[in-house]
Design a protein around this ligand. Structure first.
Ligand SMILES: Cc1ncc(COP(=O)(O)O)c(C=O)c1O
Length: 368
């Protein structure tokens, strides 16, 4: 038996009729771009998050760039984030024209160490981007306090945190503007690319709406320089079909995480910690062990496929050398990158498959 780190195929089997009907509905509607499906999904997802406005965009990377642009952030500005994230958090800052500045992570949660923020704030700092990585929110209250004290914007990167909560509020509802991705592997995934900017601020909403459509409010007339960054009707229709299941997806992910927690508790693996302040959506179930590379290759020999999210911290990549960081600058980030790996977790993973992953892991851990 082969266990994949992620697959949508069983989900598709279960939802096939609904999904094909939704897609057929779009094709038959006569409206393929910026129609009723995008509008309804924007409203529904914003409502789910407890936020006023949602603007559907083409992916989670451009969502960040557009949101930064809407905040007036660009050339000459600094944006603080983490190096333990997917490349797009950082590439989007660079695309917006600003310079990324990194703080280290809290090793217990792998999320932004908010205690280090004050030390890197300069007169050029304009914004903090906490990444709610792996499905769990960064510690927002102290972060928002630092932002307020220093007059900085906060943009939550919620690409991995659909359904996650911080002190009873949904991720994305905690800051000036938030962005998310509906890349297929995400907790709420499209069957292609997709993203959204959400905000309570009408000015930001209108600006992002223009920016995703060539800077135009009406067809063929640009008020300002913009992009083409639209969510399309087909993906919106699929996402609308899946949105009512989002809470179930999160519940099943939490159930699988609880099973792994019990099964792996007495091993040398460091299992994920759910911070007391919130609700983890377990986009990823990330474990840690100093012999990570041996374990991962042995799992693969046993047809169990895991991921490493992420093997290289952004500040050590050639593409971001010019920022001037060196190995050793973010010790917790770097040491986590050497030791963490992500076990299979997705709603259609069965209890038996979870048990098999755990049994094989136990076996490997006894022998190394
Ligand atoms: C933390 C994080 N931010 C941003 C993105 C960018 O999303 P997308 O792939 O939709 O551009 C992703 C997903 O890849 C992500 O995981």
């Amino acid at each position: 038996m082969e266990i994949k780190v992620w697959s949508y195929l069983k989900e598709y089997e279960q939802l096939k009729d609904e999904i094909l009907k939704a897609v057929e509905g779009v094709f038959a509607s006569g409206q393929l771009i910026l129609g009723e499906k995008v509008r309804t999904f924007e409203k529904s997802y914003a409502e789910y998050c407890g936020v006023k406005y949602g603007i559907g965009v083409d992916n989670g990377t451009n969502a960040i760039t557009l949101a930064l642009h809407a905040l007036g952030i660009g050339k000459g500005d600094e944006v603080i984030t983490v190096a333990n994230t997917a490349i797009p958090t950082v590439s989007a800052i660079v695309t917006a024209g600003a310079e990324p500045v990194f703080v280290d992570i809290n090793p217990a949660t792998y999320l932004m160490n908010v205690n280090q923020l004050e030390a890197v704030i300069t007169p050029k700092t304009r914004c903090i981007i906490p990444v709610h990585l792996f499905g769990q929110c960064a510690d927002m209250d102290p972060l928002l306090e630092v932002a307020k004290k220093n007059n900085l914007f906060v943009l939550e990167d919620c690409a991995q945190s659909h359904g996650a909560e911080y002190k009873g509020k949904k991720s994305g509802a905690l800051s000036d503007v938030s962005t998310t991705s509906f890349y297929p592997t995400k907790v709420l995934g499209a069957y292609g690319d997709g993203g959204m900017v959400i905000t309570d601020d009408e000015k930001i909403e209108q600006k992002v709406r223009r920016l995703r459509f060539y800077g135009a409010e009406k067809t063929y007339y640009a008020i300002e320089h913009g992009y083409n960054s639209r969510l399309d009707e087909v993906q919106a229709a699929i996402l609308l079909t899946k949105l009512p299941y989002l809470d179930q997806y999160v519940a099943r992910r939490r159930e699988i995480a609880a099973q792994y927690n019990t099964l792996l508790r007495d091993t040398e693996l460091v299992i994920p910690e759910e911070a007391a302040y919130g609700k983890h959506a377990y986009h990823l179930y990330v474990v840690r062990h100093p012999k990570r590379d041996v374990i991962v290759s042995k799992l693969r020999e046993n047809n169990i496929f895991v991921n490493i999210n992420y093997p290289w911290p952004i500040h050590t990549m050639t593409g971001y050398e010019y920022l001037g960081y060196k190995e050793g600058d973010l010790p917790e980030t770097e040491s986590a990158a050497r030791e963490i790996f992500s076990l299979p977790i997705y709603p259609t993973l069965t209890d038996d498959e979870v048990l098999t992953v755990s049994n094989v892991l136990h076996d490997i851990l006894h022998k190394i």
